[in-house]
Design a protein around this ligand. Sequence first.
Ligand code: TXA
Ligand code: MG
Length: 317
Amino acid sequence: MAVIDTKIDIAAAYLRAGEVVAIPTETVYGLAGNALDGDAVARIFAVKERPFFDPLIVHVKSIDAIAKYGHFNHEVLKKIAHDHMPGPVTLLLPRTHLIPDIITAGLDRVAIRIPSHNIARSLLNQIEFPLAAPSANPFGYISPTRATHVNDQLGHKIPYILDGGPCAVGVESTIIGVEGGELVVYRKGGLPIDQLISYGLPIRINEHSSSNPNAPGMLKSHYAPSCKLKIVDNWNLDEIDVETIGILTFGKDPMPSNVKHYINLSATSDLNEAAKNLFTSLRKFDQLKLEQIWVKLLPEKGLGLAINDRLRRAAAD
Ligand code: TXA
Ligand code: MG
C-alpha cells in the first residue's frame, strides 16, 4: 500500500523523479505527474487503466502559468480566471507548443486549472513544472474525496498519497471554454453554472456521449459504483428486499419505515454539503456489497446540477 502522509517535500521529490503520486485538491483527489514529462504522464494512464484518447487536466499555480500553456482565446475566459481561480473551474484553451500530445490526446485545446487546496498550491509552488492530474480512481469508477479512497483502489500502484483531508467541494471542476462566441460548459462541476451568467456570453451546455471522444471525457457511463444505481421518483419499496438496497436521501424526505441502509446527503437540504458527501456515500454502499442504490434526483440548481449529472452517469449502463 502507498504511504499516506502530509509531507509536501516528499511528494515533490517523487514528482521530480518522474513518479506518480496522489494529491488533494478542493474538488477530488488527483493522480499527479509532471505534465511536461511524457513518461510520467504515460504512467498516469497506466495506473488508472485509462484509454489514451481521454485527455488530462494540467494543474498550475497561477494565471501567468496558464498563459504559458494555453492561449486565452476570449476576454471572458480571462475575466473568469481572475474571478474564480484558484477554484473548481477548468479552462479549455488552445494549447501552446509546450504541452505534449499525450496530455491532450492530440486535440488542439488543453484543459488547465488552478486548484485552491492549500496543500496543492504549496506543492505547485515548490516544483518547477505543471502537474497533469486526472481524478485518482480506476477509469470509470467513483472519484476519491479522501486519501483512504485512493489507497483502497490505487494504493498498490503508487508510492505516496499526499493527505489533505476530505475534499471541501466533493465533485470535479466545471470545465468551460469559448466556441463560436458561446461560453460552453463541457462538464458541470464545482463552480455552479449560475456564476457564469453575468459574463454576458450565451451559455451552451454540452451533453456528451460515449461516442464522442473529442469532447471532455464525458462518457455516458461514468462515476459508477459496482452495484446498480437506480434513479427513482418515489420510494416504492414494498416488494423489494430491503437488506440489499441502499437509499440515498436528501433533506427532510420521509423514509419508509422498513428501510435498513440509508444515508442522508444533507439533512438541512444544503446542496454544497450534499456534493461533499456524494462520492463517500456511494463508496460506503459499495463496501456493504448491496445490490442496488436508489436515489431521487436533487433540485436542479447550484451544485445540484453537478450532483444530478454524476447520478445520471452512474445510473447509465
Ligand atoms: O476537479 C477536477 O477537475 C479533478 C481534479 C483532480 O483536478 N480532475 C479531474 O480529471 O476530474 P479527470 O481526468 O478525471 O476529468 C477531466 C475531464 C475528462 O473527462 C477529460 O476527458 C476532460 O476533462 N478533458 C481534459 N482535457 C481535455 C481536452 N484537452 N479536451 C477535451 N476534454 C478534456
Ligand atoms: Mg475522472
